[in-house]
Design a protein around this ligand. Structure first.
Ligand SMILES: NC(=O)c1ccc[n+]([C@@H]2O[C@H](COP(=O)([O-])OP(=O)(O)OC[C@H]3O[C@@H](n4cnc5c(N)ncnc54)[C@H](O)[C@@H]3O)[C@@H](O)[C@H]2O)c1
Length: 352
């Protein structure tokens, strides 16, 4: 089976590709990534190195999903049965500084993927069996009701990033309805783990703490996040990939859109201050920070940032019901793995 993964050099994409290559010996993974420098490209290169060890079962294409011709050519050449679109400009705060990147990757790029899926059925070809794509917990904005349910109305995004992710869900719905493309959108909740994204708080905090700088904890520490470990996210994606929404016809003779949305989150929000305390303990255990590290003098409680939300909390009942899966990695275990990876990558240099 040919599986196309966009954003293959990214945090979630590379971990997903690795699991597929390891567990599904009959699958070939075609990975696309433009290797942009939004964060340290050496991490993306390191992730690709891990994937290259699978030889010809991993085909990497360096390119932009906003390049329609490239996407059309990739679909014609490899005729993927499953497409997982993870390429995107991520990050809430960066969408305030560089909105163009969000429009290009998250809207034009995703539109090209949808169009290519649509034409995969041309001339009676079997085409794409399932399109799975990344949405985000950001679509919930300042939702007051917790936990966040996919039945909640999410029409009030508080960042352009969130607006593009919600738009992706809407475009996917239209394409599912019009062209009967089985599609599933996944709203991920604050994903963390080894070789994660340096723009995210736990990674940025670590970079600062080792330099002896102060870290800023927003909303005076009254922020809660449903931190979700990378392996749980990957397990969730894999299960969903294998369970495409069924195609069926409505009474009007037109397709009922084979369209689903799920949350993948830990279903257990933790206070940011608690998270940072565990992070600090695990950084000491991994010898990234010295044993006598004075954490108190390195933290500063500051006000909320534009685009941020006070809490994220995933209702994961539908995921459990349909895929018998719920994330379960304890925070300490996940942060321990991150701290050990960080030590090897940056301080021992043994990963490079
Ligand atoms: N990590 C999280 O906490 C989180 C939470 C919610 C949603 N998401 C979503 O999950 C997906 C994966 O996130 P991630 O954390 O792995 O991010 P990431 O930035 O590590 O991965 C995205 C990858 O896509 C690539 N990319 C970006 N624009 C591209 C383009 N136009 N063409 C080709 N490649 C392009 C980047 O180079 C990067 O390697 C994204 O869609 C993101 O919005 C992530």
């Amino acid at each position: 089976m040919n599986i196309l993964v966009t954003g293959a050099a990214g945090f979630i994409g590379s971990n997903l590709c690795e699991r597929i290559l390891r567990d599904q010996p009959d699958s070939v993974v075609i990975g696309i990534d433009n290797m942009n420098d939004y964060y340290d490209v050496s991490i993306k290169e390191w992730r690709l190195q891990q994937l290259n060890s699978f030889g010809s079962r991993f085909i990497f294409i360096k390119g932009n999903i906003a390049d329609k011709k490239l996407i059309d050519d990739v679909f014609s050449k490899y005729t993927p049965e499953i497409v997982v679109n993870l390429a995107a400009q991520a990050g809430v705060r960066y969408s305030i500084i560089n909105p163009d990147a969000y429009i290009e990757s998250n809207l034009i790029g995703f539109y090209n993927i949808l169009e290519a899926c649509r034409h995969s059925y041309d001339n009676g070809k079997p085409g794409v069996r399932h399109l799975v794509y990344a949405s985000s917990s950001s679509v919930y904005g300042n939702n007051k009701k917790i936990p966040y349910s996919t039945d909640d109305k999410v029409d009030n995004p508080v960042s352009l990033y969130a607006a593009t992710k919600k738009s992706d869900e809407l475009m996917a719905h239209a394409y599912s309805k019009l062209y009967n493309i089985p599609s599933t959108g996944l709203r991920f909740f604050t994903v963390y783990g080894p070789a994660g994204r340096p723009d995210m708080a736990y990674f940025g905090f670590t970079n600062k703490l080792i330099k002896g700088e102060k870290i800023q904890i927003f909303n005076y520490g009254n922020c809660k996040r449903d931190f979700t470990y990378i392996d749980d996210i990957v397990e969730g994606i894999l299960r969903v990939m294998a369970g495409a929404p069924e195609k069926s016809m409505g009474e009007d003779g037109l397709p009922i859109p084979p369209y689903k949305i799920y949350n993948i989150g830990n279903n257990q929000p933790e206070n940011l201050l608690y998270f940072v305390e565990i992070l600090q303990e695990e950084l000491i255990n991994a010898k990234v920070l010295p044993e006598n590290f004075d954490f108190e003098s390195h933290k500063e409680l500051v006000a909320m940032q534009p685009g941020d939300v006070p809490i994220t909390y995933a209702d994961t009942d539908p995921l459990e019901r349909d895929f018998d899966f719920k994330p379960s990695t304890p925070l300490r275990e996940g942060l321990r793995k991150f701290a050990i990876w960080y030590k090897n990558f940056y301080l021992n240099n043994s990963c490079r």
